[in-house]
Design a protein around this ligand. Sequence first.
Ligand code: ADP
Ligand SMILES: CSC[C@H]1O[C@H](OP(=O)(O)O)[C@H](O)[C@@H]1O
Length: 396
Amino acid sequence: MAVAISSIYEPLTENKSIELVKRLGLFDQTSQLTSKEIGDGNLNLVFHIQDALTKKGLIVKQALPYAKVVGESWPLTIDRARIESSALMKQAEYVPDLVPKVFYTDNTFAITIMEDLSELQIARRGLIEGKSFPLLSEHIGRYLAKTLFYTSDYALDPQEKKRLVKQFSNPELCKITEDLVFTDPFFDYDTNDFEEELRPSVEKIWEDTPLKLEIAKLKRKFLTEADTLVHGDLHTGSIFANRTETKVIDPEFAFYGPFGFDLGHFIANLLLNALSRKPENRIELFNHIHKTWEVFVEEFSFAWKKDSIEAYATIPGYLDHVLEKAFEDAVGFAGCEIIRRTIGLAHVADLDSIVPFNQRIAVKENALALGSELIRKRETLINTKAIIEIFTKVTS
Ligand SMILES: Nc1ncnc2c1ncn2[C@@H]1O[C@H](COP(=O)(O)OP(=O)(O)O)[C@@H](O)[C@H]1O
Ligand SMILES: CSC[C@H]1O[C@H](OP(=O)(O)O)[C@H](O)[C@@H]1O
């Protein structure tokens, strides 16, 4: 399949990224700039530009017409750059302090120029190093509540909501999630990637028809429930943080999806990190999970009571119903994310960097058991404590 791109599109180089930011007047013509390609994600080029004298920096991100991790044999729409910059700007309407500022976008060249966040650290990296990000969950709870509530039918005029659904139609990146998160890991497909030692447990999952029925139900939700503008890939590698600040980057998978989707992915990635730790070092992660949900409920409920335009918003029980469904779905989505990050195409360093090998395999076995249990039990779990109880059970 070929990807439609304008004939003038070309990938940037380090030199060309410098020419671009100078041409746009983002730096003085005389400034001494350096540019370094620092992209470590699966998909795009990311250039870090810095003024040698003032140390002022900028990030130039460009989508390639293919998935960088695989190469030109996996063509991929550059429209994802439009989705990413539009999502960042939409989210900035509700949580300006929690997303990078966007300075410039060009949809033809698939370029977004944004705030340099290099003074913060990618949360996944920091968590692997055992660092603490005390405000991470408070910030992510508010990010989720505000972005999800204010882009939903509960806050928006129905015409505007439908305009946004159209604007954020993202079929190619959704297809990646449909395949890599909800389908491939649960079948014997070539995209999967796991150690031979895990094969007996993986085959058990492939043969577990009742579990696969539950995954099918979750996939249906992903395919059909256009509740709100979700980030679409909210893992700890998409979050910059330090002890006081948090910024969510990389919403190129954004689309109108279910309320519980981002929450599930964030919780899953905290659980993946917790799995990689000794039991005595897990409590901070568990507290982040409790706090994320607590702040989400508080902020979402506040926004609902203050700004809901839904005629049924004051009917007793409706808000609770929406929150209960979001929680149940989040638990199921978390289970799928944990499993796909263990045996699917895209792994996480939290698990892959565990040494020695035997211990890595043991932790990955736990990850598969945890993911499966979350999917199976999601309808009976009533709070985040119940998630941690399941975690404790499968890891002891
Ligand atoms: N605004 C930013 N400031 C500083 N570094 C960034 C910024 N955005 C991305 N990066 C760096 O580039 C890497 C890849 O960015 P990301 O948006 O995750 O790319 P991809 O879409 O390919 O996954 C990040 O892990 C981070 O190191
Ligand atoms: C070939 S895309 C695989 C995987 O990569 C994306 O993550 P990121 O862009 O943050 O590296 C997303 O999770 C996809 O499922």
